[in-house]
Design a protein around this ligand. Structure first.
Ligand code: ATR
Length: 289
């Protein structure tokens, strides 16, 4: 029940109608017995500063930030966590003394999702597909987690080179190796963790896949697709049919939310609770109606 002690968290972005974050946070609050509600706030372009300042004035405990404001919001914060600063994207604001501190929980979310499946990034050899915003963040996380090597494959090789140069420079390690997607056959032999960070295969284009060539999939021990709709992408099918394990991006979505909730409330959420929320998300996304 909402009463005088209810704390407020929310999401700012545009659009916000299709967000799954209220389901994650309101389920957590209810199951954990916290007096907390989470609401989506549609913020028009040009109103980000007043939204952040207004939320602080209204004693809002925390906010998530989604497209298109993950970069822009950084101008309105009193502090920014190191990883978020490097990536250049903030998706979570945590109330502190005089304003909000910004974090990126998308990448720690991916990391926790991988860890829970028994995959540690440290010393891995990774193939990263894509060089857009999502892939760039994954590249930073790989560098910060001390992967051995990342082959960064992108359709436009110039973007792959730009991301690799930036991540290698900022992390002080030469671990990202840019390549053109069409040259995927030149990735050396070995067994790789492959992270699919392009929009190819996303609903409603679920028949599409970034690479068809079976020889490529022979090199993959685990495939992680950031896409979660459809629940099994063609990329995942191809990884599995060549003997690898494959996961979709739903656990990353889950854990980015859980990590934000932990930051706002100063708690750790148990794995059992996380899995209960995961089941609700699955029901919502895959068994609508
Ligand atoms: P996001 O922020 O979700 O990462 P983005 O910045 O628009 O989105 O990046 C989309 C990524 O998907 C890019 O790596 C893009 O490749 P290009 O940089 O060459 O455009 C990749 N992508 C999208 N459609 C593609 C397609 N049909 N074939 C290959 N790559 C594709």
């Amino acid at each position: 029940m909402i009463d005088g002690n209810t704390k407020v968290c929310g999401l700012i972005g545009n659009p916000v109608e299709h967000t799954l974050s209220p389901l994650i946070h309101n389920t957590l609050a209810k199951r954990l017995g916290h007096h907390l509600v989470y609401v989506p706030f549609l913020v028009e372009d040009g109103a980000v500063k007043s939204a952040v300042d207004g939320a602080f004035a209204l004693n809002v405990l925390g906010l998530n930030v989604t497209v298109p404001y993950k970069g822009k919001v950084m101008e309105n914060l009193v502090q920014i966590d190191d990883l978020a600063e490097q990536i250049g994207a903030v998706n979570t604001l945590v109330r502190c003394g005089s304003g909000f501190k910004g974090y990126n929980t998308d990448m720690p979310g991916l990391c926790r999702a991988l860890t829970r499946e028994g995959i540690m990034l440290k010393e891995q050899e990774v193939i990263l597909l894509g060089a857009g915003g999502a892939a760039r963040a994954v590249a930073f996380m790989c560098a910060s987690q001390k992967v051995k090597k990342v082959y960064l494959l992108n359709r436009s090789v110039d973007k792959a080179k730009a991301v690799a140069e930036e991540v290698n420079r900022k992390s002080g390690r030469e671990c990202i190796c840019p390549m053109a997607l069409k040259d995927h056959g030149k990735v050396p032999d070995g067994k790789f963790l492959a992270i699919q960070a392009t929009s190819v295969g996303l609903y409603p284009n679920e028949k599409d896949v970034i690479i068809e060539d079976g020889a490529f999939y022979e090199k993959i021990h685990t495939g992680y697709d950031l896409v979660y709709k459809p629940g099994t992408t063609r990329f995942m099918e191809l990884v599995k049919s060549h003997g690898g394990e494959a996961y979709n991006g739903l656990k990353m979505l889950l854990y980015q939310g859980i990590i934000a909730y932990e930051l706002w409330n100063g708690i750790s959420v148990s794995e059992e609770m996380a899995l209960q929320v995961y089941e609700m998300l699955e029901r919502e996304i895959y068994h609508e109606g």
